[in-house]
Design a binder for this molecule. Structure first.
Ligand code: SAH
Ligand code: SF4
Length: 388
């Protein structure tokens, strides 16, 4: 089987080049062609020796993912649904803002953590994505956008691992993928512009801090173990005190001097004034008494029927935010983006309705080779995630 070069960080590509009897530095050229210029055809890599190109054609491919569908929101957000085989689909979402452009990427097909408020969690776990499948989301989005927006320079400035899956339960594949994103010869993103979001995989947080300390977001959602056990079942294994201590350890190596805590606002569940006070008390117990050690990002819940949960009213969210801000904790309320295409990052408001249907559609699209941009209206007939 030919190697998929999207599976390799620069070091692994250098070893691959050595196996082909080539000098290691060839890997730099090859890596730049692939990631900086988006080229997958070895014949187009004109400054590589013809003999190397011939060897590559036999031994390697640059295998991207097949696009099942693409939805573009009126606010510029674009969501892609990619086929990862065997009826599994994953999502990546591009979110342009005034001062940055963020890509939200997936790390697993499904998720084993099973949070109550998360549609990915409700689907269960299918499998880990490979390095190449994680990198391919960025590779595809970046180079599609350059063509789509007719721009030559880098478009995506930030990556957040807040799509489907728990990145720190797929550590072995996520780590090389992060290295490709950070590599100067790859996407050249700084560590502070790449964020791993975790529901609290304590041992892997420590590993990440040692191996590749990118920005960290922790999905908290509750200030007490009893409630968090129910919302985020991983809490039973790594309860709040363990988690908060791991955050403190991470802080010592983090690229910024704070950790972000995500808190999904669920009506009548975790959004009361008493909960806000408990959250202040919890966060104040850690970080050496310095409130600036953390930031809280309140996420309006994206409801879906199977959850049996509701989004907190905006006034409640604002009041909750005020309690935190009054205590000196920097708090933001996440803007919902791409609502018209059901694309809010990490908030997959929907459920995979019918896996067979997904496969039929995938086959049809493969047959037509259609993956061009089309209007949301045309595509709505083949929505896999059912908009709520
Ligand atoms: N597994 C990781 C990363 C993916 S989820 C994690 O849990 O952190 C990314 C973020 O989206 C998490 O903070 C998660 O709690 C949030 N999220 C999941 N489902 C949501 C929903 N229905 N509405 C709002 N936020 C949601
Ligand atoms: Fe998994 Fe994150 Fe969803 Fe929880 S919120 S089920 S950890 S993807």
């Amino acid at each position: 089987m030919r190697a998929n070069l999207l599976d390799y960080d620069l070091e692994a590509l250098a070893r691959f080049c050595e196996r082909l009897g080539e000098k290691r530095f060839r890997a730099v050229q090859l890596f730049r062609w692939i990631h900086q210029r988006g080229v997958s055809d070895f014949d187009a890599m004109t400054d590589l020796a013809k003999s190397l190109r011939e060897k590559l054609k036999v031994a390697a491919t640059v295998q991207a993912l097949t696009v099942i569908s693409q939805y573009e929101s009126t606010d510029g957000t674009i969501k892609w649904l990619f086929n990862v085989g065997a009826g599994d689909a994953i999502e990546a979402v591009y979110i342009p803002e005034a001062d940055r452009a963020t890509l939200c990427v997936s790390s697993q097909a499904g998720c084993a953590v099973g949070c109550r408020f998360c549609s990915t969690g409700h689907q269960g776990f299918s499998r880990n994505l490979t390095v190449g499948e994680i990198v391919a989301q960025l590779w595809y989005a970046e180079h599609f956008l350059r063509k789509h927006l007719a721009r030559d320079e880098r478009i995506i400035s930030n990556v957040v691992m807040m799509g489907m899956g728990e990145p720190l339960q797929n550590y072995a594949e996520v780590l090389p993928a992060l290295r490709v994103m950070l590599d100067d010869h790859g996407y050249g993103l700084s560590r502070r512009r790449v964020t791993v979001s975790t529901s609290g995989m304590v041992p892997s947080m420590d590993r990440l801090g040692r191996d590749c300390p990118v920005a960290l977001a922790v999905s908290l959602h509750a200030p007490q173990d009893l409630l968090r056990d129910d919302l985020v079942p991983l809490n039973k294994k790594y309860p709040l005190d363990d988690l908060m201590q791991a955050c403190e350890r991470y802080l010592a190596v983090a690229p910024r001097d704070f950790i972000t805590f995500e808190y999904c606002m669920l009506q009548g569940v975790n959004d009361t004034p008493a909960m806000a006070k408990e959250l202040v008390a919890l966060l104040s117990r850690y970080g050496g008494g310095r409130t600036s050690w953390c930031k809280v990002n309140l996420i309006p819940f994206n409801p879906f029927p199977a959850s049996g949960l509701l989004r907190s009213p905006m006034a409640v969210v604002q009041a909750f935010a005020r309690t935190l801000t009054d205590a000196g904790i920097v708090t933001t309320v996440r803007k919902t983006r791409g609502d018209d295409i059901d694309a809010a990052c990490g908030q997959l408001a929907g459920e995979v309705k019918d896996r067979t249907g997904v496969m039929v559609r995938m086959d049809r699209r493969k047959a037509t080779g259609a993956n061009a941009l089309r209007s949301v209206d045309q595509q709505s007939a083949e929505l896999v995630y059912v908009a709520q």
